[in-house]
Design a protein. Structure first.
Length: 206
């Protein structure tokens, strides 16, 4: 079975674009368990467009929350109680699951995404930016996930190339360097798909 979790070292680093590229390349279903912030549309809408996914491969969220902030707080503001039991992995394959923000973002006041990832016990890709600060953020994310027994598949970088930072993270984190999705002047299913095919090996995700 090919079921992959995508998390990040921070928010706004390109995790959704990478998830779209991966789902499109695998011909996978896509699922974001908790969506918070709907003003600019849900991430599943962006993934469907950028990954070229048909509607039946984009699964509905377990929770859709209005406020653009951490799920635990967005749920409180919306008057919703998140039950982690509702976050069981859907019985579809292949599947790309996207978390929110970083690994220690709270889903509830007692549960982080890293805790949920440990429960799922699925191969997890860490999406990291290539800019200043990425070594610290990436190594901490690797340590947090491994400390909970989460199987880390590797790190996928997003942004302009930074050979030393990327190599340092791979070496010090003892993690596979999966590739790098470059900055794209235009985000379309065609440009995202072509960039993924050029800079990643699909075999690394199967």
């Amino acid at each position: 079975m090919t079921r992959i979790v995508v998390t990040g070292t921070d928010t706004g680093i390109g995790k959704t674009v990478f998830s779209a590229a991966l789902a499109g390349a695998l011909g996978a279903h896509y699922w974001k368990p908790v969506q918070s912030g709907l003003e600019d549309g849900a991430d599943r809408d962006h993934v469907a467009r950028l990954g070229g996914l048909p509607a039946d491969r984009v699964l509905p969220e377990a929770y859709r929350l209005t406020t653009p902030c951490s799920p635990h707080r967005a749920a409180e503001i919306d008057g919703v109680v998140i039950d982690p039991a509702r976050l069981a992995v859907p019985a579809v394959d292949p599947l790309v699951i996207e978390g929110a923000g970083g690994a220690l973002v709270p889903v509830t006041r007692g549960t982080t995404y890293a805790d949920v990832f440990a429960w799922w016990n699925l191969p997890t890709v860490i999406v990291a930016r290539t800019e200043l600060g990425t070594i610290n953020h990436s190594l901490m994310t690797i340590e947090v996930l491994r400390g909970r027994g989460v199987p880390v598949l590797g790190v996928a970088f997003v942004g302009d190339g930074n050979e030393d930072s990327e190599a340092t993270i791979a070496a010090m984190g003892q993690v596979r360097r999966l590739g790098r999705l470059p900055r794209l002047a235009e985000l379309t299913a065609q440009t995202v798909g072509a960039a993924f095919a050029t800079h990643f090996r699909i075999e690394d995700f199967r």
